[in-house]
Write a protein that binds this ligand. Structure first.
Ligand SMILES: NC(=O)c1ccc[n+]([C@@H]2O[C@H](COP(=O)([O-])OP(=O)(O)OC[C@H]3O[C@@H](n4cnc5c(N)ncnc54)[C@H](OP(=O)(O)O)[C@@H]3O)[C@@H](O)[C@H]2O)c1
Length: 267
């Protein structure tokens, strides 16, 4: 499978890395196109893939195209490649807030399209990706997306109407979780824990809680109760959390991110 990455930033890098690592592509089957010379050199040096500054060359050389530029750069990129997009090409877009109909409108004849919202944890094969496909996309196209993104984490399909919420929760979510993690490290530092130990303990606690909940499928409220023995330390901490507005703030945070995703779809 020949894959062209249009935009070779962080996300494209994560996709290239897992394509190679899982053997889905040989390095020479991947072309990375970027405006930045630094990124092109980096991708070629680090992953031995073909790199170019020419989007048209990338389109012509690839069967699968991954649109991986920032939302504000998408329309200009599509304008350039539109004449070269044929029905033979599968277009995968990871661009936040840009709908299938928006991409269709700006890409002429091409119609086999799949929109994916991944996250940065793709870089460590622990990504969360959600996809929705255009009517013209085939089962083989969907399988291709499941292979590419499934090789670097979990992947599910959801109707496109959920994409603003998905963008807020799992797309932007790693940054929100990191914010909470940072606050926990700050709290541990205030308790005089050494910096490195505080970070390790916080990160491993987050990973452990996440993996345990996912593997056990246990009810989250029940899990909290299980950690909190009566009159113990967790109960003391939870009492502060319950009195705070943290829960409401997190809900507002997701709403703001989803609202921004919806706004991006209108520009
Ligand atoms: N980062 C995340 O966690 C995340 C999660 C889910 C989805 N996404 C989506 O994934 C996409 C890529 O995000 P990213 O974080 O990887 O962005 P990024 O690191 O900024 O990478 C985008 C790259 O594309 C280049 N570029 C812009 N216009 C181009 C063009 N016409 N032709 C070739 N290259 C071009 C940019 O160069 P310049 O910098 O020189 O302009 C930049 O190097 C975005 O649409 C974002 O919404 C990101």
């Amino acid at each position: 499978m020949r894959v062209g990455l249009l935009g070779a930033g962080k996300m494209a890098e994560a996709i290239a890395a897992s394509l190679i690592k899982t053997g889905l592509c040989e390095p020479w089957d991947i072309t990375a196109c970027d405006k930045s010379e630094e990124r092109r050199k980096f991708m070629a040096r680090e992953y031995q893939i073909v790199s170019t500054d020419c989007p048209v060359e990338t389109v012509n050389d690839s069967e699968v195209l991954v649109l991986a530029v920032k939302p504000q750069d998408l329309d200009m990129l599509l304008e350039v490649i539109k004449p070269y997009l044929t029905a033979k090409k599968l277009i995968i877009s990871i661009v936040a807030g840009k709908s299938l109909s928006h991409i269709k409108k700006h890409s002429g004849k091409a119609s086999r399209m799949i929109r994916v919202m991944p996250n940065l944890a793709l870089m460590v094969q622990e990504g969360m990706s959600v996809y929705c496909a255009s009517k013209q996309a085939t089962e083989k196209d969907k399988h291709c997306v499941k292979q590419i993104f499934g090789s670097a984490g979990a992947v599910i399909s959801l109707p496109e109407r959920h994409f603003d919420a998905v963008t807020a929760l799992s797309g932007s979510g790693p940054a929100f979780i990191a914010y909470v993690l940072d606050a926990m490290i700050e709290g541990a530092r205030a308790l005089k824990l050494p910096k490195e130990a505080a970070r390790l303990l916080a990160e491993q606690t987050l990973i452990g809680a996440g993996i345990y909940l996912q593997h056990s499928g246990r009810d989250i409220g029940e899990f909290i109760k299980a950690v909190a023995s009566p009159k113990g330390t967790t109960v003391a901490g939870l009492a502060v959390l319950e009195k705070s507005s943290l829960r409401a703030t997190i809900i507002k945070t997701l709403k703001a991110a989803a609202k921004r995703s919806a706004e991006l779809s209108k520009v």
